[in-house]
Design a protein around this ligand. Structure first.
Ligand code: FRU
Length: 480
């Protein structure tokens, strides 16, 4: 279905493999000063298959070094998603992953590494947890401590049943099933890649809520053409049972390309940092292989804030983005109904501030050298932000690739938007991260132009940080 001529420009500050297929992040762990990301990987090709764990690491979450394949598939075992923890005083790395056997059975297996994640020894007793199920997968190990002591918690899914199974262990080997979450919410999907993350409400350490992350993928006949997406639930967790405040899934990212995100074990300073796959099962197999196929999102820092009496997840950009923006003096651009073009001098981030009560509707149009367009419209009257991707370059990927995502906004207070564009990866942090939109956009490999236009003449503050080059040559050319 896709145009064989098209290749995607390689992202500069996101994790992508040098070549071949990648999907979910696996085994995210901060260990001995490095952020390690393992990931679903086909060592032999650019299609999903031969599932193995690839491996990359980074000191700053911006530049990634790719390492040899960490857990390779065998004739008897496909290695699906899972997680890694740095356990014990020496921080030995233990991985749990889903083994898929030739008869399709999915069970949880274990491996350990004595060289900081480079090579792994599978446990001779594998699989460690087997229910005879064909949809039991994606073990995520987290830590839990209360007056009764410390224990490891494993979250897995029974994907088709739309359930999260919770297990508890004190030795990372013997697991007791302690509770089950679900099913609830929309039917016609499988649940995948759960995580459970404690966060302080409004930064108050005595007010902890647990946030369940879930990825859902449509299955069966008449599937939702929007494809796979992520949701979250805020609740309490007592070490056994997760009790949601409302059994209503909230959308975690409003775009089409954010999936399977989970958190890092042991992120410094107790921060909650997640990484997601910027892809969608609806069309992932139709994207051009360039020769890499699959990319991770920007790492995101999570927090919880109270809005209208309810806890909402806030997703912030990583420290390297914030630091670069802090070093830049914003420019004030006079925007009106006559479009203003900003030619971006490479991949990077743009931070915009404006007052919607003056501008009225604000339109941001991203283009480069294909006919692909990403159009972002901030509409204070409708209290929404929409992100539409269109054009032949997008249509050739898949009939459902062109899309419009609508984000509800919280009123018409001064608006803030952080836009990150790195090759085909577009990520928006709206209203300080109260909402995010992640979309693949096929704009070509030329310099992108951001065209601004507003309903009424108004100043818009713009800060541009190019992230693929040294800070000294950051520039923004106002051409209009
Ligand atoms: C989610 C997922 C997981 C599974 C993996 C296989 O994207 O379907 O449930 O473990 O991908 O690659």
């Amino acid at each position: 279905m896709h145009d064989e001529q098209q290749t995607l420009p390689r992202p500069a500050f996101h994790l992508t493999p040098e070549r071949n297929w990648m999907n979910d992040p696996n085994g995210l762990v901060f260990h001995r000063g490095r952020w390690h990301a393992f990931f679903q990987y086909n060592p032999e090709g650019s299609d999903w298959g031969n599932m193995s764990w690839g491996h990359a690491s980074s000191v700053d979450l911006q530049h990634w070094d790719e390492h040899p394949v960490a857990l390779r598939y065998t004739a008897e075992e496909q290695v699906y998603s899972g997680s890694v923890v740095a356990a014990g005083p020496d921080g030995r790395l233990t991985a749990y992953y889903t083994s898929v056997s030739t008869d399709g059975r999915q069970a949880q297996s274990r491996a350990t590494s004595d060289d900081d994640g480079l090579t792994w020894q599978r446990d001779p007793e594998n699989p460690i947890l087997d229910r005879g199920s064909h949809a039991f997968r994606d073990p995520k190990i987290i830590r839990y401590e209360d007056a009764a002591g410390f224990r490891w918690i494993m979250l897995t899914v029974e994907a088709v049943e739309r359930q999260v199974l919770v297990y508890s262990s004190t030795d990372l080997r013997t697991w007791e099933h302690v509770s089950t979450v679900g099913p609830f919410g929309p039917t016609g999907v499988v649940w995948e890649c759960p995580d459970l993350i404690p966060l302080a409400v409004d930064g108050r350490p005595d007010e902890i809520r647990w946030v369940l992350l879930l990825s859902t993928n449509p299955v069966g006949d008449a599937q939702d053409p929007d494809g796979s997406s992520m949701s979250y639930l805020v609740g309490d967790f007592d070490g056994s049972v997760f009790t949601p405040e409302r059994a209503e899934l909230q959308r975690l990212d409003h775009g089409r390309d954010f999936y399977a995100a989970v958190g890092f074990d042991r992120a410094p300073d107790g921060e909650a940092v997640i990484l997601g796959w910027m892809g969608n099962w609806r069309y992932a197999a139709d994207l051009p292989a360039s020769p890499w196929r699959g990319a991770m999102s920007l790492p995101r820092r999570l927090s919880l804030t109270t809005v209208d009496g309810e806890q909402r997840l806030v997703q912030g950009p990583p420290a390297f983005v914030k630091e670069r923006l802090a070093a830049i003096d914003p420019t004030t651009v006079a925007v009106s109904s006559d479009a203003v073009d900003l030619v971006l001098d490479g991949d990077g981030v743009v931070e915009l501030h404006w007052d919607p009560s003056i501008t009225g509707e604000l339109r941001l149009r991203l283009t480069a050298d294909t006919d692909g367009v990403a159009l972002i419209v901030h509409d204070p009257a409708a209290a929404s932000l929409s992100v539409a991707r269109s054009g032949g370059a997008m249509d050739t990927v898949h009939p459902d690739f062109a899309s419009t995502s609508i984000v509800p906004l919280a009123g018409d207070r001064p608006a803030r938007l952080l836009l990150s564009l790195d090759g085909p990866l577009l990520e928006l942090f709206v209203d300080g991260g109260l909402a995010t939109v992640s979309d693949l956009v096929l704009l070509g490999s030329g310099r992108p132009t951001l065209t601004l236009a507003s309903e009424r003449a108004s100043p818009v503050s713009v800060a541009v940080a190019v992230l693929d080059r040294a800070p000294a040559i950051d520039q923004v050319h106002a051409l209009a």
